[in-house]
Design a protein around this ligand. Sequence first.
Ligand SMILES: [Zn+2]
Length: 312
Amino acid sequence: MKQRLVSFFLLLFLTACGGRSASPTIAAVSPTSTDAAPQPAAPKFEVLASTPLLADIAQNVAGERVHIGSVLPVGADPHSYQYTPQDVAKVADVELLILFDDKYELFLEPMLQAANGHMEFVYASMGVGKRLDPALGGFDPHIWLDPNNVIACVENIREGLTHLDPDGAAVYKANADAYAAELQALDAWIVEQVNQIPPEKRLLVTNHEALGYFAERYGFTVVGNVLPSFSADASPSAQQMAALIDQIKASGAPAIFLDAGDNPALAQQIADETGVRVVTDLHLESLTDGAPAATYIEMMKSNVTAIVDALK
Ligand SMILES: [Zn+2]
């Protein structure tokens, strides 16, 4: 009996180590191995998302079935991106293009006109209630900075992929459900982290107005922005700079938060006058190659850690 148990555990060990040919018994108990039942070849679809951030979200829904590329390279600013002839060639044969919103990815319209393609579109942020502030330039596009809004994006992406590839419906549904659960867990994690900051210290100053949805969800006040705009493609007047300095002093906000891609010159000037810290390593609109923001979820965790460290 003891000898048999030893053999059994040896078998388990060999199986775990990938020793599939160790014993014919293994093949007998797993007749549905991938060798025995080859999967039909996955369909080939040309699908692109506008930005690396959105491509990562969409890839979680597409899973192994469809590869989702990104129009923008990692680190490019979607607000101010200028398309290249290579981009035009890249989108020409695309069957499905996923974007957040036609008010955010302004580079897309002229690029798509130049490409003259015949793709379908998924507006990932469709149905998400948008923050409106005419003084800052209309609707706030930065919906993904609240993970609950990304759950709505996931549903729109699932519908778009299913329309393109109806045979994959069950796969996309299972992937979307699994990713939505991860996003809910992310939201719960953020709540837990933010609870380290006393409510009266939850004060944000950013380069442009990007953290409004985040602030609403997690109980922060946006004291002001270096660029009083929903876009990074703006510049402040001397009066606006002076007003922000007054707001920072009056509120006691201890830091200015910048995206890693922002020019820190103006923020530094304000910091010199107010004595606040400039945090320069948030990732709000794009991912990074590898850490700290290789995926949307890692990006959010990295941002929250930086904000909590500066404010708690
Ligand atoms: Zn932005």
